[in-house]
Design a protein around this ligand. Structure first.
Ligand code: NAI
Ligand code: MG
Length: 480
C-alpha cells in the first residue's frame, strides 16, 4: 500500500509530493514540495501587493465585485471542483458537491461584508486629563492586518480554504495559502478562480508542501503578520512557538473531543439519527464530531442498539460511488492511528458493539464503530480520533453528565438532546464549548462563529467575528 504518509519529506521524490485518491490508493497527481525560497517568494509577492495597495485600497464595491464574481465562477464550475475534491479526499461526489456549495455560500457571505464593517466614534469631552485640548474628535478605524499565512488540513479542504481566504480577502489582506500535503488539488484551483475573477496577481498565492517544512517556514516568516490555522492541537502549539519571533496574530481552529448528551425525554428516533450523523459525517474526520455520547441510563440499551443499527446501515464507498455515505480515511497512517485507539480500548476492557476493523478492500476504509464499556482514561475518551468511532457511556443525572462532558482538554462543540427547554438551557450554560447544538448536531451557518474554548483554539472563524480577526484596530484622537 502506498500513501502520502510513506513519502519522507525531501528524501526520495525531492521537490515533488505525490497525491493519492484515498478511496482507491491510486496516484492521481503530484504537486511541488515548496522550499524556503518558494515561501519567501510568495510572501514577498503578498507583501508587495499589500504595500502597493493594489487590493486593499480599491473601492469596496470593486473588491466585493471580485469576490462575488469568484463565487459565480465556483458555482458554474461546481461539477469539476467537486470531482477534484472527491478524488483528492476520497469522499463521494454528493458530499463533494455539498462542500463546493457551502464554500461558495461562505464566499458570498463574506463578499457581502465588504465595505460594511466600520470603526466606532465617540463624542469625547475631556476634563483636561487628556492634555491641553478640551474637546477631541475620536474614532476607531479597522485596517487589514497585512500579509496572512493560511494553513489548512485535509478534511473538506476546499471549504476550510474558503473559511480563511474569503474573510482575508474581504478585509483587504494579501494571503499565502498552504493546503495539506494529502489534499492540495482543490486549493490550487482557488488561485486560478480568484485571478479569473479579477483579483490582482500576488494577492492570493497557493503554495504546496509538507507541514514540517513549507508550513513551518510560513509560520516562522518574519514578514507574515498573521497565521490562520486549522489542524491538530499539537501543531497549533508548534505554531504558537514559531509565531513568537514577530508576535504574529493567530487564529487557531484546533482539535475537539465533543460530547453528545442524550436525556431520557429526547425524541429518540431523531436523537439516534442525529447522534449517528454527528459521529459519522465525513467518516468522523470532522473537528466537531461528537465521539463521546452520554446517554441517560433508562434509554441506554435502546440507544446503543439504535446507534449500532444506524452505523451498520450506512453505505460505505469511495469517490466513485454515488450512494456511499461513509468514505475512507485520508491515509493508511490515519487508519492505523484510529485502529490503534480502538485496540487500546479493547485491551483495557472496552467492548465493540459493531465495526472495529479496517475493510478488506482497496482504500483506507474503516468500519463505522460503536464501543461501550470505556473508562475515562482510555484514548477512546481522551483523544480526537478523526475516524468513524464513537463511545456510548451511561449516566444518571445532569450534574454527573456535565462534569463528565467537561472532563477534557478540548472545548470545541457539544450536542444536547432533550424535549425539556429548561434542562437544555441549564446544560448548555455549563458546557465549556464554543458551539452547542440542542436537538441537532453539526448544524452550521456562515454567520455563526466557531470559537474553540480551552485547547480547541484561539479566536474564531465565520461570522463578523471571523472577519474582524483580519483587521487591526486604530484609535484616533483629533484635537483642535
Ligand atoms: P496536522 O495538524 O499535522 O496538519 C494540518 C496542517 O498543518 C497541514 O497543512 C500540515 O501540512 C500543516 N502542518 C503540519 N505541521 C506543521 C508545522 N510544524 N508548521 C506549520 N504547519 C504544519 O494534522 P495531521 O497530521 O494531518 O492529522 C493528525 C491529527 O490531527 C488527526 O488525527 C486529527 O486528530 C487532527 N486534525 C484535526 C483537524 C481539525 O480540523 N481540528 C484537521 C486535521 C487533523
Ligand atoms: Mg501532522
Amino acid at each position: 500500500m502506498s500513501s502520502t504518509a510513506d513519502v519522507e519529506p525531501g528524501v526520495e521524490n525531492a521537490g515533488i509530493i505525490p497525491v493519492y485518491n484515498p478511496s482507491t490508493e491510486q496516484r492521481i497527481g503530484e504537486v511541488a514540495d515548496s522550499d524556503q525560497q518558494a515561501v519567501d517568494a510568495a510572501v514577498a509577492r503578498a507583501r508587495e501587493t499589500f504595500e502597493s495597495g493594489v487590493w486593499r485600497k480599491l473601492p469596496a464595491a470593486h473588491r466585493a465585485d471580485v469576490l462575488f464574481r469568484a463565487a459565480e465562477i465556483i458555482k458554474a464550475r461546481t461539477d469539476e471542483l467537486a470531482e477534484l475534491e472527491a478524488q483528492d479526499n476520497g469522499m463521494n461526489a454528493t458530499a463533494a458537491r455539498h462542500i463546493i456549495k457551502v464554500s461558495q455560500e461562505m464566499l458570498v457571505y463574506y463578499a457581502g461584508w465588504v465595505g460594511k464593517i466600520h470603526g466606532e466614534s465617540a463624542n469625547l469631552v475631556s476634563d483636561g486629563l487628556l492634555g491641553t485640548f478640551e474637546n477631541y474628535h475620536t474614532f476607531t478605524q479597522l485596517e487589514p492586518v497585512g500579509v496572512v499565512g493560511l494553513i489548512i488540513p485535509w478534511n473538506g479542504p476546499f471549504f476550510i480554504a474558503m473559511l480563511k481566504v474569503a474573510p482575508a480577502l474581504a478585509a483587504g489582506c494579501s494571503a499565502v495559502l498552504k493546503p495539506a500535503e494529502e489534499t492540495p488539488l482543490s486549493a490550487l484551483k482557488l488561485e486560478e478562480i480568484f485571478r479569473a475573477a479579477g483579483l490582482p496577481d500576488g494577492v492570493l498565492t497557493v503554495i504546496t508542501g509538507y507541514g514540517e517544512t513549507t508550513g513551518a517556514a510560513l509560520t516562522a516568516h518574519p514578514d507574515v503578520d498573521k497565521i490562520a490555522f486549522t489542524g491538530s492541537t499539537e501543531v497549533g502549539k508548534l505554531i504558537v512557538k514559531a509565531a513568537a519571533g514577530n508576535l504574529k496574530r493567530l487564529t487557531l481552529e484546533l482539535g475537539g473531543k465533543s460530547p453528545l448528551i442524550m436525556f431520557d425525554d429526547a425524541d429518540l428516533s431523531r436523537a439516534i439519527m442525529g447522534a449517528g450523523m454527528g459521529l459519522l459525517a465525513g467518516s468522523g474526520q470532522n473537528c466537531s464530531c461528537t465521539s463521546r455520547m452520554y446517554v441517560q441510563r433508562g434509554i441506554y440499551e435502546q440507544v446503543v442498539e439504535g446507534l449500532a443499527g444506524f452505523a451498520r446501515m450506512l453505505p460505505m464507498g469511495g469517490s466513485e460511488d454515488p450512494n456511499s455515505v461513509l468514505g475512507p480515511l485520508i491515509s493508511q497512517k490515519q487508519r492505523e492511528r484510529v485502529d490503534g485507539i480502538v485496540r487500546e480500548g479493547v485491551s483495557k476492557g472496552a467492548e465493540i458493539i459493531t465495526g472495529g476493523k479496517p475493510l478488506d478492500r482497496p482504500g483506507y476504509f474503516y468500519e463505522a464503530t460503536i464501543v461501550t464499556g470505556t473508562t475515562p482514561d482510555m484514548r477512546l475518551i481522551r483523544e480526537e480520533i478523526f475516524g468513524p468511532v464513537g463511545s456510548v457511556i451511561p449516566f444518571d443525572d445532569e450534574d454527573e453528565v456535565i462534569a463528565a462532558a467537561n472532563d477534557t482538554h478540548y472545548g470545541l462543540a457539544g450536542s444536547i438532546w432533550t424535549e425539556n427547554l429548561g434542562r437544555a438551557h441549564r446544560v448548555l450554560n455549563e458546557l465549556r464549548a464554543g458551539q452547542v447544538w440542542v436537538n441537532s448536531a453539526l448544524a452550521s451557518d456562515p454567520s455563526m462563529p466557531i470559537c474553540g474554548h480551552k485547547q480547541s483554539g484561539w479566536g474564531g472563524e465565520r461570522g463578523k467575528k471571523g472577519l474582524e480577526s483580519y483587521f487591526n484596530t486604530k484609535s484616533v484622537y483629533i484635537g483642535h
